[in-house]
Design a protein around this ligand. Structure first.
Ligand code: SAH
Ligand code: DHB
Ligand code: MG
Length: 225
């Protein structure tokens, strides 16, 4: 049996916001259905967080987006829609099966021509991108393996410019990040990421909480002038 949610009021408010501000969308709903049917884990961003990513990309006037962690392409569709029709989104993913599912979802969304999927461990791909002098990105969304978040932050700073946004999912982890004595390497990775984000003199940043099955969060940083 599923554990009862410890935050019923937050869930109620999250559902209220979704009902009002996130319209039903067959493309997004089908993307989630197909991902679940193909056996992908249900760890995509929530509809409300997807809408937030979309709005942040629009507010930043982003044209070039880098995503680290594609899964079935749910967050990718939100971000690609924000930069359509002329933008470019590069997304990094380890798993070939996930890439196949995401490719179909992006095709159905009519976004395939905007999205460049690069297969492999993200740290290696990012290293290659820096060495190749990849054109800088206006927005980076970090959402892959949590223990590597500190590494991804270093690359994100190298691959952006003044005014770029650096976003990262899962930075609250049910509030565990706020407590000392953690042993889970994933939580430790996020704690180190949050400390590095706060201390980086090139960035101005904040964390906001977002609701999922449990309480989680989104990091929002801007590369300083
Ligand atoms: N952004 C997606 C969810 C991503 S889940 C969404 O919200 O819809 C995290 C993804 O990171 C998974 O698909 C996982 O396969 C991928 N991943 C994990 N470790 C990775 C690594 N070292 N390099 C690249 N991708 C990785
Ligand atoms: C996990 C990864 C995510 O990106 C997420 O949003 C939730 C959970 C995970 O690996 O468990
Ligand atoms: Mg996530």
């Amino acid at each position: 049996m599923a554990t009862p949610n410890p935050y019923p009021l937050l869930v109620e408010v999250d559902q209220y916001i979704e009902r009002l501000f996130v319209s039903h969308d067959m493309v997004l709903e089908q993307a989630l259905n197909d991902a679940t049917e193909a056996g992908l884990p249900e760890i995509h961003v929530s509809p409300n967080e997807g809408k937030l990513l979309y709005l942040l990309a629009k507010l930043a006037g982003a044209k070039r987006v880098l995503e680290i962690g594609l899964l079935g392409g749910y967050s990718t569709i939100w971000l690609a829609r924000a930069i359509a029709p002329k933008g470019k989104l590069v997304t990094l993913e380890l798993d070939e099966n996930y890439i196949r599912v995401a490719g179909n979802n992006l095709e159905r969304a009519g976004l395939q021509s905007l999205v460049d999927i690069r297969q492999g461990a993200a740290a290696g791909t990012l290293e290659k991108m820096v060495k190749a002098g990849e054109e800088p990105f206006d927005l980076v969304f970090i959402d892959a393996d949590k223990n590597n978040y500190p590494v991804y932050l270093d690359y994100a700073v190298q691959l952006t410019h003044t005014g770029s946004l650096i976003l990262a999912d899962n930075v609250i982890r049910d509030g565990k990040v706020a407590r000392d004595g953690q042993t889970d390497p994933l939580v430790l990775g996020i704690q180190e990421f949050n400390r590095k984000l706060a201390a980086n003199p090139k960035l101005e940043a904040i964390l906001i909480t977002v609701m999922r099955e449990a309480l989680d969060g989104l990091a929002i940083a801007r590369v300083k002038d």
